[in-house]
Design a protein around this ligand. Structure first.
Ligand code: FAD
Length: 538
């Protein structure tokens, strides 16, 4: 069943029509990955998400698929090896959203890493992560570094290491995984929150769902239930009366976006703040974004705020490393804050907490997955689905085989049908007469699904393309609100806020055409508030 928001009633009916093998709670990268893995093995899978897909942490990260150099510093070799190798797999299966990016690690006087440390560290990193020979790290002298990144501070600069990582669009990665899960038979619904859990003889057998779209409630029955609610997992464990032992420790991470000309970086730069922490500055189209902070967090989990203190911290760090930037708060184009769902360890500071994932098993049968990284989602899913598969197979034939997601091409990367991805945008532009820059925008977000948008657009001008994109997102990507469209499907709120004003009236008109004239595309004024918060800090 596709993620067609105009057919929600049919999706709700389908969710109630059978007892599922697996119900997944949470539509971030962890839940989406589990749904894909399980559906690909042949399980009947249902997934519910109380907000929009990826509206939690999975649209608020640094947007890197990375091996985690910081883990090397913490001597967590296992994580470095596993997530390092994952990068290549994700690039192979979803090359339109997982894109190679060279990173620069400057070596500065008094910095975290000395020249020898960088040389050895990146050497180990490349080998653990299985990086191809020609992509392995290169050590640069001070002058070479300055030539490559002229805005870097010269004083105290000793050189740099240039190494390979991958960048992504986290929310788009989630939606492509979710769409692929649906093509394998999973049924997923957003704006559908778990309000209560269902039990028979003490064993969990499903959940009570509140549908924020229709205002109705319904039940989903399942033989196994997985809690993949990210920062909210303890809330679900509480409902299950199983919140004992280890708990989550929430920390907040903030990113700021400025126009590219305000902070010119040619590569992603991973640099010292000066307080023992390191942050990234990453170029993306006409912008550079930088972050992150890492502070303890106890506030509301939905829509965490960026504060003036967060802004001061990040701007201060950038201005020290890139003195030419002379940034101030008025130059910020946009921002976001995300909550890390880490596992609490007594006496450790936010930065020292491990990013490892962990499974919790409750007496009721609820399986919870906590912690982890965007990058490692496929392996996390494999671990969870192996457990579910064993449990469901208990005492009978085991119909489900092994994980196959390493071989599954994600939605949007079906370029094999048109040869190779290179030149795809040019070919579409040539065949349709749509301006190349418009096609490139679509391809950067939707990959090979650009063709479906072109067909829905019904014209080749910018407005037609916008209309086609909104229709595509409503009919194929579960979009029901302005926030879904502008924040998570197109990232316009973060990278291109100025275009929202031009697009708003047309976007609302398409929502009215698809859902009816009285339709409220910004329920509760959530998008208006998100828009304000992107540039106004508490
Ligand atoms: P979420 O994305 O939060 O998904 C959980 C979902 O469950 C939410 O959408 C929520 O609405 C839903 N939910 C909650 N309760 C209910 C309910 N009752 N009913 C239904 N649904 C419910 N990792 C990387 O690999 N690379 C990075 O560059 C990176 N950078 C990061 C930077 C920051 C600042 C942060 C905070 C994290 C970063 N991470 C990064 C980590 C990564 O983003 C997270 O590990 C990952 O996104 C967590 O995904 P998740 O699906 O577990 O949680």
């Amino acid at each position: 069943m596709s993620l067609d928001s105009t057919q929600r009633a049919a999706t709700v009916a389908a969710l109630q029509a059978e007892t599922w093998d697996l119900l997944v709670i949470g539509g971030g990268i962890t839940g989406a990955g589990i749904a894909l893995d399980a559906a690909a093995r042949g399980m009947r899978v249902a997934l519910v998400e109380m907000q929009d897909f990826a509206a939690g942490t999975s649209s608020r990260s640094t947007k890197l698929i990375h091996g985690g150099l910081r883990y090397l510093k913490q001597l967590e070799f296992g994580i470095v090896r596993e997530v390092g190798r994952e990068r290549a797999i994700l690039h192979r299966n979803a090359g339109h959203v997982v894109i190679p990016e060279k990173m620069l690690l400057p070596i500065v006087k008094g910095g975290t890493f000395g020249r020898l440390g960088v040389q050895i560290g990146l050497w180990i990193y490349d080998r653990l992560a299985g990086v191809k020979r020609r992509e392995r790290r290169v050590m640069l002298s001070r002058d070479e570094t300055s030539r490559l990144e002229p805005w870097l501070r010269r004083i105290g600069l000793k050189g740099a290491g240039l190494y390979s990582e991958y960048r992504t669009d986290d929310a788009r990665l989630v939606i492509e995984v979710m769409k692929t899960a649906c093509t394998k038979g999973a049924v997923a619904l957003n704006r559908a929150g778990v309000k209560g859990l269902l039990y028979e003889q003490g064993h969990i057998v499903g959940a009570q769902i509140a549908d924020a779209f229709s205002g109705e409630q319904f039940e989903i029955k399942a033989r196994a239930v997985v809690n993949a609610a990210g920062p909210w997992v303890d809330g679900i464990r509480e409902k299950d009366n199983s919140l004992k032992g280890k708990r989550l420790h929430h920390t907040k991470g903030v990113h700021l976006v400025v126009p590219r000309e305000r902070l010119v970086v040619e590569h992603g730069v991973y640099f010292d703040v000066g307080d023992g922490r390191m942050i990234f500055a990453i170029p993306r189209a006409f912008w550079t974004y930088f972050g992150t902070t890492d502070t303890n967090y106890t506030g509301p989990l939905e829509h965490p705020a960026v504060t003036a203190a967060d802004v001061d911290y990040l701007i201060g760090a950038v201005n020290r490393m890139f003195p030419r930037a002379e940034l101030d708060a008025s130059m910020i184009e946009s921002s976001w804050a995300g909550i890390r769902p880490l596992i609490h360890e007594d006496g450790k500071s936010p930065t020292q907490l491990s990013r490892k994932d962990e499974l919790f098993f409750s007496a009721s049968g609820l399986i919870t997955i906590a912690g982890g990284k965007l990058t490692g989602f496929r392996k996390m899913a494999e671990k969870v689905v192996d457990v579910v598969s064993k449990r469901l197979g208990d005492g009978g034939a085991q119909p489900w085989g092994k994980c196959t997601t390493h071989k599954i091409t994600l939605s949007g990367f079906d370029f094999f049908s048109s040869n190779v991805e290179e030149g795809f945008a040019h070919r579409v532009a040539l065949q349709t007469m749509i301006k190349l820059e418009e096609v490139e925008w679509m391809v950067s977000l939707f990959g090979s699904n650009t063709w479906a948008i072109v067909h829905l657009a019904g014209g080749i001008d910018r407005l037609s393309i916008l209309k086609g994109t909104v229709r595509y997102c409503i009919r194929h990507e579960g979009v029901t609100t302005l926030s879904d469209f502008f924040v998570r499907r197109t990232a316009m709120l973060y990278f291109g806020r100025k275009w929202i004003a031009d697009s708003l009236a047309t976007t609302k008109a398409i929502f009215a055409e698809e859902f009816g004239m009285d339709y409220d595309s910004d329920p509760g004024g959530v998008f208006a508030e998100e828009y304000r918060r992107a540039v106004e800090f508490e």
